[in-house]
Design a protein around this ligand. Structure first.
Ligand code: PLP
Length: 416
């Protein structure tokens, strides 16, 4: 009766008929459409904080819908088993193990290598395992960390490592058992030539070599003529993330020898990382690798190379406006030296927010979902920063400490 009342008097509710929001809501209700968080472009389109913010795609959802749902703790899930053998294969290792996160990958790998204290892990002072894993190396592996500052400010060299590794039978010393490298680190690529030198040294001294390769995909995609095995095969273990620039919702993987992975599986179980119907994770991860990194061993057909071009565009835009970079742009990270302009991280974040952009610091991560429009808005953010810089006059580059999200000591800060 109510509806016939409305139909009888078509002009009774003219406002309702013209109101776009109500019309849309009614249309959606009529077709049972709902807001779908998987739609693209998602919120990541304007989010420069990290590539961890990438929104999983419809093809990942389709893969999840079609995945197998068997139990991975008892090794029965074909999608997970296939993913593990696929990644082992394309990285030049014997075996692989799905883990939930990059942190879990690093911690499980290090715990697997480290058997009997006293022992130490040598890593870059800027490294994730040292700064951003909640002290896991000390609590899970009872290991001392030796953080080393690279003398070239770019990557650790063999000489840096030789100067700090503890190779000694002195009972006072805490012997180094693992060298843990990171590639890319802050978006910068550790060159293959240096990796080979360090690997030779590690083998000579019976040390294990681990790689935090959360973003190793980026290094391969950015290095002409290189392949994933080139960057991975020198290591005893590599942890690689699906949930950063590749865009999967969850997951990382560790690769190594069969014996290493068999023990790592036990450590993963110990910390609660054994999952049952893991196909929901591995199905999306497989899509992330094939569509994000690409199907070839060098990232052919993937999305990362275009991100690197866009990142260079961002860097060039900043420099052409008169800004300086804090670090070179080699992959998907652009480090604007905002402290040189006398602008704090908090101010920079606010300038970005004024343009509807999310930023965390002068470190901008250009992932494949960043739109051209976001880059255009970023240009206006840069203008605002540089204008403030001119008003501020010359700066000593120290606004509230070491900015750009790189803080050592008591103020370490990063979100991915
Ligand atoms: C280099 C590096 N390694 C490891 C991780 C840890 O990954 P997750 O956040 O999945 O634990 C991150 C996170 O951003 C990272 O940047």
């Amino acid at each position: 009766m109510g509806s016939s009342h409305v139909e009888d008097k078509p002009d009774s509710f003219p406002d309702l008929k013209q109101n776009e929001a109500i019309r849309q809501a009614n249309d959606d209700a009529a077709t049972h459409q709902q807001f779908n968080a998987w739609q693209q472009p998602g919120p990541a389109a304007f989010d420069f904080r990290s590539d961890t913010m990438t929104t999983p795609t419809a093809s990942m959802l389709a893969a999840i819908t079609n995945t197998t749902l068997l139990d991975d703790v008892v090794l029965e899930d074909p999608t997970t088993n296939n993913l593990e053998s696929y990644i082992a294969d394309i990285s030049g290792h014997e075996a692989a193990l799905l883990v939930m996160s990059g942190t879990m990958g690093n911690q499980v790998a290090l715990r697997t290598h480290l058997t009997q204290p006293p022992h130490s892990v040598l890593c870059d002072i800027r490294g994730h395992v040292y700064n951003y894993e909640a002290g896991g190396v000390s609590s899970l592996s009872n290991a001392m960390i030796i953080p080393v500052r690279p003398s070239n400010s770019h990557h650790l060299t063999l000489e840096d490592i030789q100067a700090h590794a503890i190779i000694s039978s002195d009972v006072h010393a805490c012997p180094t058992r693992v060298i843990s490298l990171e590639n890319t680190l802050d978006g910068m690529i550790m060159p293959l030539s240096e990796i080979k030198r360090i690997a030779t040294f590690a083998r000579e001294h019976g040390l294990k070599l681990h790689l935090d390769g959360a973003r190793i995909w980026e290094a391969v995609a950015a290095t002409d003529g290189s392949s994933l095995p080139d960057f991975c095969s020198h290591f005893d273990s590599v942890s690689m993330c699906f949930s950063k620039g590749l865009g999967a919702p969850i997951g990382s993987i560790i690769v190594g020898s069969k014996a290493f992975i068999a023990h790592a599986r036990r450590i993963r179980k110990m910390i609660g990382g054994g999952t049952r119907q893991a196909g929901v994770i591995s199905a999306a991860a497989r899509v992330a690798v094939e569509e994000g990194f690409g199907r070839g061993p060098s990232g052919e057909g993937g999305k990362l190379r275009a991100c690197h071009i866009k990142a260079r565009r961002v860097a060039e835009m900043w420099e052409s406006k008169g800004g300086k970079l804090a670090k070179p742009t080699e992959t998907n990270m652009v480090w604007l030296d905002v402290s040189r302009e006398g602008v704090s991280n908090a101010e920079f974040v606010q300038f970005a927010a004024n343009e509807g952009l999310k930023a965390f610091s002068g470190r901008l991560v250009v992932h494949y979902q960043i739109t051209d429009e976001a880059v255009e808005r970023l240009g206006r953010v840069m203008d605002a920063v540089l204008k403030k810089g001119r008003e501020n006059g010359p700066s000593n580059g120290e606004v509230g400490g070491n900015t750009n999200g790189e803080r050592y000591g008591s103020k370490r800060q990063r979100i991915g």
